[in-house]
Write a protein that binds this ligand. Sequence first.
Ligand code: SAH
Length: 334
Amino acid sequence: MGQPAYRGAQIATWIYQRQAQSFEAMTDLPKAFREKLAESATVGYPTIAHKDMATDETVKYLFDLPGGQRVESVYLPYAERVSVCLSSQVGCAAGCRFCATAQGGFARNLTAGEIVGQLLFMQSESNRRISHAVYMGMGEPLWNYANVIKSLNLLHNEVGMSLRNLTVSTVGVVPGILALAEENLPITLALSLHAPDDDLRSDLIPTGRKWKIDEILTACAEYAAKTGRDLTFEYLLIGGVNDSPEQAQQLAARLRAKRLQGNVNLIPFNYVDTKEGFRRPERESVARFREELEKAGRTTTQRMTRGSAISAACGQLRRTIALSDVRQNTAGKV
Ligand code: SAH
C-alpha cells in the first residue's frame, strides 16, 4: 500500500501486544491508511459460538468462522503452566475411523491469522499466561503447511512463546515431516502412530495406505537426526483392536529398529459414536501395554481424561455441541 516498512511493526504491536480489535483503534496510523486497511483486511478475535467449562477448569471453545464454518480449541490450565489445543483446518481429509472431526470431511485450511486468533482469544479470557500450544485440534497441520509454519513464527516472534513449547501433531505426512526437518524450528513434533503394523494402521487411518509405517519412521529418524530433537509418538488405545501386549512389543521393536528415542504417549480412546463400535480399553490392558513398552526400555506417558462433563476430543464439540476429554500425561506434560 506504499507505506513505510515501520508501519508493519506498528500494526503488529497493535494486534499482538495491545489486542486491537479494529484498524480504527490503531490511532498512530494515518486515518486514510486505517480506512484503506479496513477495506481489504480484518483484525480482531474470532467469534465465539459456544463455550464449556469443566470442573477442572478445562475450557472448550467453538468458534464461528466467516462462511458459517466452525472450529474447536481447548484451554488447558495446569498447576505450573497453561496450554492450549489449536485447530489447523476446518475438518480433515485423513478420514481416521475413530475421530469425530473426520466424520464431517474436509472443508478448508485455516489462515495463519485464524490459527493464532484461537490462542489470542483464549489469552484474552485468561489471567494466566498461555505458555504452551499443541496443534492437536481439528485438521492435519502438515496439510496446511505454509500457514502452520507462519503461525508458529507469529506465536514465537510476535506473541513471545518459546518454540520448544509448541507441538505439531501429524498423522504421518512424509513430505511434510521432511520439509519440517529443514525449517530449523526447535518445535516438538508428535506422530500419531496408533498401530504397530500397516494392515491395522491403514484400516484405522486410511491415509496409511499412502505412507507405510516404515517410510514414516524413516522420515521421523531423519527429522530427529537433522534437528537433534526426539519426537513424541502418540498411540491411541482402542479396546480389543490395538491394545494387546504383543502389539506393545511390536511397537517397541519398530521404534527401536529405526533407533528412534522419543516418548510414547498412550491415549485411551475417547468415545465417539461412529459406526465402528470402538470402545475404551480396559484399565488393565492399558497398564499391561505400558508395562510391555517400559520393559522394552521405552519411556511412556499416559493421557488422562479431563473435563468429563464437557466434550474435548478432536471434533467432538462441533459434532455434539457438548464437551469431554483432554490431555495430560502422568509426567504432567502435554
Ligand atoms: N491430524 C493430526 C492432529 C489432530 S488429532 C494428527 O493426526 O496427529 C490429535 C490427536 O487426537 C491424534 O493423535 C488423533 O489420532 C487423536 N484422536 C482423534 N480422535 C480421537 C479419539 N476419539 N480419542 C482419542 N484420541 C483421538
